[in-house]
Design a protein around this ligand. Sequence first.
Ligand SMILES: Nc1ncnc2c1ncn2[C@@H]1O[C@H](COP(=O)(O)OP(=O)(O)OP(=O)(O)O)[C@@H](O)[C@H]1O
Ligand SMILES: [Mg+2]
Length: 259
Amino acid sequence: MGDAIIVAVANQKGGVGKTTTAINLGAALAERGQAVTVIDLDPQGNASTGLGIGGGDRSPSSYDLLAGDTTIAAATRPTALANLSIVPATADLSSAELDIAGRARRTHLLADSLKDASGIVLIDCPPALGLLTINAMVAAEAVIVPLQAEFYALEGLSQLMLTIRQVRQSANPALRIEGVLLTMSDSRNNLSQQVEADARNTLGAVVFDTVIPRNVRVSESPSHAMPVIHYDPASKGSAAYRALAVELLARRKKENARG
Ligand SMILES: Nc1ncnc2c1ncn2[C@@H]1O[C@H](COP(=O)(O)OP(=O)(O)OP(=O)(O)O)[C@@H](O)[C@H]1O
Ligand SMILES: [Mg+2]
């Protein structure tokens, strides 16, 4: 135990595909036999809903985990998909930042609670760079940054990079950017193509080769409380998230070989 690969899915911009990526990358990795836990660290609770955990069934929650009132083992529950578990979020997580602000280890609470975690842990962050996201970045070894393929995509990225640098300098020197993921791309739209070209020019190899297309099956699946690879295994969205899982595992293999 304690050998978990912890990855935060973060971008302070709202609606860029963080939750969709946490759920569906998680499902695609689980399908490949990896034991995956999604931690819903957003008071909106979208990942919990999307993985079928109803409002009445969310205790113990990620808030309890953060507060040190429960263990990762007790807070984790199975989903309908084999190998895929979730720690759900409740609305009281919205007051967590205030509740923990006075604690000495306020930025390390999640890291402390994940000491005994195992497998792959994907943390779905809220759209902010506050204490919740900082806790995720301190606990994680890497960050995945979803970028919506639209005009303002790159704006706000420097703020995010600055935060990652600060976390590296203060609390977690080993934190890496695992990759920047282009989401909701429309291949018939010139703007999407332009944003992708800009992102690859500006950011280089850190941008995943895999691009997630805009796909209606992806946006429908949460209302059926399941990942898209369960809801419509043959959809383009499913294929893209499967490709992302393969690319992620290959990247990690390469990094490990390099030492
Ligand atoms: N590839 C896609 N194709 C179509 N719709 C998508 C795709 N990815 C995400 N969406 C839709 O876009 C919306 C925003 O996605 P999502 O909730 O994953 O973003 P988020 O970054 O987690 O948002 P928030 O910042 O509010 O947490 C959702 O309605 C989702 O269903
Ligand atoms: Mg979200």
